[in-house]
Design a protein around this ligand. Structure first.
Ligand code: ADP
Length: 169
């Protein structure tokens, strides 16, 4: 029997956005299973706890089969080995993503020859969408409706009650 092809999609997911969901959905066209793995990026200040992030992601993907949600600490390649993944799935938006993503991919390859990083180009409509801009906009009272899945929108509204619910024209 063919071995199941598992990809790990790691990230901060602070919070999950429509950009993440799109990459994960498209990853399922290539891989048998995608594990969304919430990690902590020491370069970023988190708004949500790991438990909150996982709860938002679980609600978002509950109707999509072949997805698992988990968290990890330490080396990503160790986590990939533990869950039997053959690939790391990442998204690419702009040239500024590329430099960091290339460094990460090459370092992970050096740490574990067997695990490759696969990149999917962002959808044109998600080019500007990032967790960082979503948080900054919500904190300043702007609407992020349509840019994050409903469970994330609800959590953002809890954190930032000043956020307007209505879509801007
Ligand atoms: P990290 O802190 O590890 O970069 P993120 O949660 O910010 O975690 O991103 C996880 C992955 O999702 C990264 O590969 C990132 O490039 C990708 N990603 C984030 N937003 C988008 C988007 N709008 N379109 C495509 N990929 C995206």
């Amino acid at each position: 029997m063919r071995k199941e092809k598992i990809a790990v999609c790691p990230g901060s997911f602070d919070p999950i956005t429509i950009g993440h969901v799109d990459i994960i959905r498209r990853g399922l066209c290539v891989f048998d299973k995608v594990i969304i793995a919430v990690g902590h990026n020491p370069l970023k200040m988190d708004l949500f706890t790991t438990e909150e992030k996982i709860a938002m992601i679980r609600k978002t993907v509950e109707s999509i089969p072949r997805i698992e949600v988990d968290s990890f600490e330490g080396l990503l390649v160790d986590y990939c080995r533990k869950v039997g993944a053959c690939a790391i799935l990442r998204g690419l938006r702009v040239i500024s993503d590329f430099e960091m993503e290339m460094q990460l991919a090459l370092m992970n390859k050096r740490l574990c020859e067997k695990i490759d990083t696969f990149f999917l180009m962002t959808d044109y409509n998600h080019l500007f969408v990032s967790s960082t801009i979503v948080k900054a906009t919500a904190a300043a009272g702007g609407s992020v409706e349509g840019l994050v899945p409903q469970p994330a929108l609800e959590k953002l509204m809890e954190k930032f009650p000043q956020m307007m619910k209505k879509q801007h024209p």
